[in-house]
Design a protein around this ligand. Structure first.
Ligand code: PHE
Length: 448
C-alpha cells in the first residue's frame, strides 16, 4: 500500500507549525512569562529552544522520514522489534491522553468563541468574570458538549488523510491565524499606554528569574514544539526525501517562537494599558482578557477575533495529536483510516468525560489527591512526555546512532548538514540530560 504523503513544502510547514503553535503559545507562554518576570524568562526560553528543542525536532523528523512508518513502527523497525518498541507505545499513549484533555481546554475556547460572537461575553462585568468562567467549566453539560464538538471537528479534518485532510486544512487555517494575530498585535501595541507592556515583555529583569523558572522554560520549550510524543516523528514519515529537514525544523522552531512572542505582544500591552495585572496565571485569557477587551473601543470585535485565533491554534494541534494514534492504528492493526479516526475520537471523548466533570460535579473525586483532569495532565505531561523525550534522544543518539540521523538529514548528499557535529553532541548528551532535569522538576524531585 502506498503511504499518504504531504504534497508541498508549504503544506508540511503549515501542518508542523500548526501542531507546534497551540494553546501553549497563546495561552501558556504569555502567562508563565508573566509569572517569571518577562524578558529574562524569554531569553532563557530562546536558549532552551535552540539548545534542546531544535535538535530533538531534527531527531524526530529524521527518524520518521527514514522509517516511513508510525511512531511505534519506527522504533520497532530500527531496533528489530526489541524492547524499544515500548517507547513507541509510550508516545502513542501520551498523544492519546493529551488529546483527551487538550480537547477540553479547546472546548472552553469554543464556548468563549460562541459567546464572543453572539456579543454576550463583552457585556459581562469584570467582577463577574471569574464566576462566569467558573460557571461554564463546572457545568455537567456544556463543556462535555464542546469537547465533543472539538473532537468531532478534529476527526473530520483528518478523516481524508494527510494531503487531503491535515495538509489541506492547515494550509487554510494557519494563514488565517497569522492574519488575525497581526491585526491584534497592531491593535494592542497602538493602545495608549501600551509601551509598559512591551517593556515588560522585552526588558529583562534577571532578579525575577528563579531555578524553577529556568526549568519551566525548558519544559515549555519542549512542549511548545510538540516533541516527545511522536507527532513530529509521524509527520516526518510523510515527508519526501527531497525535503530539507534541517531547514524545515529551523522554520518550525522560528514560527513557533515568533507566534508565542506575538501572542505576548497582543496580551501584555493591552493588559498594562488598562491597568490589569500580568501575573494571573491560567486565568489570564479566560478572566483577565475579557475584562481588558471590555475597556477597549470595539472590544467585542477584537475579543471574538482573539478567541477565534486560539480556537484555530488549538485545532491544528489536536489534529496532530490524533494523527499519531490514527497512523499507529491504521498501520499496526490494518484498520481502515476513516473507521480508525472515528473510533479513536470516540475513545478520546469517553476518556475526556471524567476529566471534564472534574471541574464541576466530580471535583471531589480524587485519585492520589488529584482530580481526573489533574491526574491525566500530570501523568501525560509531567511523566510520559519527558520520559518519551529522553527515550527518543537516547534511541536516535545511541541505538540508531546520531550519525545515521545526520545522514538522513543530508538525504544522500542532497544537502550539506554543516552543524552536524553540534547536533550529534546535543542529541546524545545535552538534550537527554536537560530533559531528565525537566522530568525531575515536573515530578517534584527538584523542589526548589
Ligand atoms: N505544541 C502545542 C502547543 O504549544 C501543544 C501540543 C503538545 C500540541 C503536544 C500537540 C501535542 O500548544
Amino acid at each position: 500500500m502506498n503511504r499518504d504523503n504531504f504534497g508541498s513544502k508549504l503544506g508540511i510547514l503549515a501542518a508542523a507549525a500548526g501542531s507546534a503553535i497551540g494553546l501553549g503559545n497563546i495561552w501558556k507562554f504569555p502567562y508563565i512569562t508573566g509569572q517569571n518576570g518577562g524578558a529574562a524568562f524569554i531569553l532563557v526560553y530562546l536558549f532552551c529552544i535552540a539548545l534542546i528543542g531544535l535538535p530533538v525536532m531534527i531527531a524526530e523528523f529524521s527518524l520518521g522520514r527514514n522509517t516511513q512508518t508510525n511512531a511505534m513502527g519506527s522504533f520497532k523497525k530500527i531496533a528489530n522489534g526489541s524492547k524499544w518498541s515500548c517507547s513507541g507505545y509510550l508516545a502513542v499513549a501520551t498523544a492519546f491522553i493529551i488529546l483527551s484533555f487538550y480537547a477540553i481546554i479547546a472546548g472552553w475556547v469554543f464556548a468563549y468563541i460562541a459567546r464572543a460572537f453572539s456579543g454576550k461575553l463583552i457585556g459581562v462585568a469584570p467582577a463577574d468574570l471569574a464566576g462566569y468562567f467558573g460557571g461554564i467549566i463546572s457545568s455537567p453539560v456544556e463543556p462535555v458538549f464542546w469537547t465533543f464538538a472539538v473532537l468531532a471537528v478534529t476527526a473530520f479534518m483528518v478523516l481524508s488523510g494527510v494531503k487531503n485532510g491535515i495538509e489541506k486544512y492547515s494550509k487554510i487555517l494557519m494563514p488565517v491565524l497569522l492574519m488575525i494575530l497581526i491585526g491584534l498585535v497592531f491593535r494592542s501595541v497602538t493602545l495608549p499606554g501600551a509601551s509598559k507592556g512591551l517593556e515588560f515583555l522585552f526588558k529583562p529583569d534577571f532578579s525575577k528569574l528563579t531555578t524553577k523558572g529556568v526549568l519551566e522554560a525548558l519544559g515549555h520549550a519542549f512542549y511548545s514544539l510538540s516533541l516527545g510524543m511522536g507527532i513530529i516523528l509521524t509527520y516526518g514519515s510523510y515527508i519526501g526525501k527531497k525535503e530539507n529537514l534541517l531547514k524545515l525544523a529551523v522554520q518550525v522552531t522560528i514560527a513557533d517562537t515568533a507566534i508565542a512572542l506575538m501572542a505576548g505582544m497582543v496580551i501584555f500591552p493591552a493588559v498594562f494599558a488598562y491597568g490589569f495585572k500580568p501575573d494571573q496565571g491560567a486565568a489570564l485569557i479566560f478572566m483577565t482578557l475579557p475584562a481588558v477587551f471590555g475597556e477597549m473601543p470595539f472590544g467585542g470585535f477584537f475579543e471574538a477575533m482573539f478567541f477565534l485565533l486560539i480556537g484555530i491554534a488549538a485545532m491544528t494541534s489536536t489534529i496532530s495529536l490524533i494523527e499519531v494514534v490514527v497512523a499507529f492504528v491504521t498501520e499496526e492493526f490494518k484498520m481502515e483510516r476513516k473507521k480508525a479516526t472515528v473510533a479513536i475520537a470516540a475513545a478520546a471523548f469517553a476518556l475526556s468525560v471524567p476529566s471534564t466533570l472534574s471541574f464541576g460535579v466530580w471535583s471531589e473525586v480524587k485519585i492520589l489527591g488529584k482530580t481526573f483532569f489533574d491526574m491525566f495532565d500530570f501523568i501525560a505531561s509531567n511523566i510520559f512526555l519527558p520520559i518519551g523525550g529522553i527515550l527518543v534522544c537516547l534511541f536516535v543518539g545511541w541505538v540508531w546512532k546520531a550519525g545515521s540521523s545526520s545522514k538522513e538529514v543530508e538525504s544522500e548528499g542532497l544537502y550539506v548538514f554543516k552543524a552536524k557535529g553540534a547536533y550529534e553532541f546535543a542529541i546524545k548528551y545535552i538534550a537527554p540530560t536537560a530533559i531528565a532535569l525537566i522530568l525531575f522538576n515536573s515530578t517534584g524531585l527538584i523542589s526548589r
